[in-house]
Structures are given as structure tokens and as C-alpha cells.
Design a binder for this molecule. Structure first.
Ligand SMILES: C[S@@+](CC[C@H](N)C(=O)[O-])C[C@H]1O[C@@H](n2cnc3c(N)ncnc32)[C@H](O)[C@@H]1O
Length: 232
């Protein structure tokens, strides 16, 4: 499988860098936030979760500890080598064909904002074909102010995450540059992001056969979608 960089994505800093510009050593040390709580509140106990773009298992590990059975998918073998307690599958999400369906499919980390609308469609269709009829898809999307008031920074463990800039590169697509500064190391990631209005987001879901069931957080960044079923 190719380790080529995805168009418009790059990363710098120590250790392996994924095709979308993420640093493996960075994700190994980034603390998890409230994501596992949000997932736990939104899905049945002990559900089977398909986690798309799992990285090193930052969210996987707390979910496994809470009794969920997780299959972690990532296109980076260097990321998946760090995942413990879960089945791992190396694949681009858009090409995933496991032939199984899960109680929950998780598409976090703003992957739905990919710059290419065809890729977005393929990501969402991968969610749709892997979710059980009675199951759900949890998606993490950007909040409205994500590309404004920059630079902006916040603490992460003993480091700082600084969103330095977000510049338009073509209609509807921005190039975002982020720095991660720790006492002993520094990483950067540059990636493309396509901001989506609620209407555009819900439209993309509908094209993939999914529909919003609930916005799970006040900032509307976490969404639970359900498959639209073909009833005779
Ligand atoms: C920003 S990291 C987040 C990792 C993890 N979700 C977390 O929150 O710690 C994004 C991860 O998704 C993977 N990824 C991004 N796009 C992907 C795609 N289209 N197919 C498979 N993996 C992808 C990257 O390799 C990386 O490990």
C-alpha cells in the first residue's frame, strides 16, 4: 500500500508521518479528552465499534477499557502498531470492505471535512456499508468558528497545540497549519479542510444513505447518524 502523502497534507517532526501529515509519536503522547465519554453516552453498552482513522489508539484504548469491542482502521501501519486490545485493519477508509456490519461506526477527527467531495462521499459510504440496520454512525465535525480568530492555542499535556493559520487555497477549501510544541519535541501538520455548513454536511450524509439522528454536543460537533433503510 502506498505511503504517499495525501494532496495538500504534510507533517514535520520526529518519527513516522502518516499520509495525511500526522506524526505517530505526537499522537502517542496527546492526551484523550472527553471523546470516549461522548461516545459512551451515545451508544449501547458493550457495542461493537468500527473506529475509522484510529491513529495510535488514543480513543480506542479508553473505549476498550469501557467494555466496547473495537476494530481499529487506519491507512498507517506505524499508527496501528501502537494500538492495543483491538483488532486492527490497515486500509484507506474509502476502500474498506470488511463484509461485516457494526453497532457503531466512528468517524472522528474531522475526517469528514476532507477537501475532495468525492472522497467525502466515499468515506460516508464506507460508514454506511459497515453499520448495522439498527446501528449508528458517530461523526465529529468542525465547529463554526474553527477557521476564525487565529492563531489560537490550547494546552495538551505538557505541550501546546497552536492553530497558526487557515488560508483559502481554492473555493471552499482551506489549508490549515498547526504546531504542536512540547518541551522536548515539536511537530507541525498542514492539511486541507473543507468547511461544511449544516446543510452541506447533512446533504453529504443523505447522499450516502445516512440521516442525522441527534447532535450530541452543544457545539454540534458530534453527530449521531442512522442508516436510511430501504423499506419495501
Ligand atoms: C488526526 S489523526 C487522529 C487519530 C485518532 N482518531 C485520534 O483522535 O487520536 C488521523 C488518523 O486518521 C488516519 N487517516 C486519515 N485519513 C484516512 C483515510 N482516508 N483512510 C485511513 N486512515 C486515514 C491517519 O493515518 C491518522 O492516523
Amino acid at each position: 500500500m502506498s505511503e504517499l502523502t495525501r494532496e495538500g497534507h504534510r507533517g514535520t517532526g520526529p518519527g513516522a508521518i502518516t499520509p495525511d501529515g500526522c506524526a505517530v509519536e505526537l499522537y502517542e503522547r496527546l492526551p484523550v479528552g472527553d471523546e470516549p465519554d461522548i461516545v459512551q453516552r451515545a451508544v449501547p453498552a458493550r457495542a461493537r465499534i468500527l473506529e475509522l482513522g484510529s491513529g495510535t489508539g488514543r480513543m480506542t484504548h479508553p473505549l476498550v477499557e469501557r467494555g466496547f469491542t473495537v476494530t481499529a482502521v487506519d491507512e498507517s501501519s506505524a499508527m496501528l502498531e501502537r494500538v492495543r486490545g483491538a483488532r486492527t485493519v490497515r486500509s484507506p477508509i474509502e476502500e474498506l470492505e470488511l463484509g461485516e456490519r457494526f453497532d457503531v461506526v466512528l468517524l472522528a477527527s474531522f475526517l469528514v471535512h476532507t477537501a475532495d467531495p468525492r472522497v467525502r462521499g466515499r468515506l460516508l459510504r464506507a460508514c454506511r456499508r459497515h453499520v448495522a440496520d439498527e446501528g449508528c454512525v458517530l461523526i465529529q465535525r468542525e465547529d463554526a468558528g474553527r477557521h476564525e480568530n487565529l492563531p489560537r492555542e490550547r494546552a495538551a499535556g505538557d505541550g501546546l497545540i497552536r492553530v497558526v493559520s487557515s488560508e483559502p487555497v481554492r473555493p471552499g477549501v482551506r489549508s490549515v497549519h498547526v504546531e504542536y510544541v512540547f518541551p522536548d519535541a515539536r511537530w507541525t501538520q498542514t492539511f486541507l479542510s473543507c468547511p461544511l455548513t449544516t446543510e452541506a454536511f447533512e446533504g453529504a450524509l443523505a447522499e450516502a444513505g445516512l440521516a442525522v439522528d441527534a447532535y450530541l454536543t452543544d457545539d454540534r460537533t458530534w453527530v449521531r447518524a442512522r442508516p436510511v433503510l430501504d423499506r419495501p
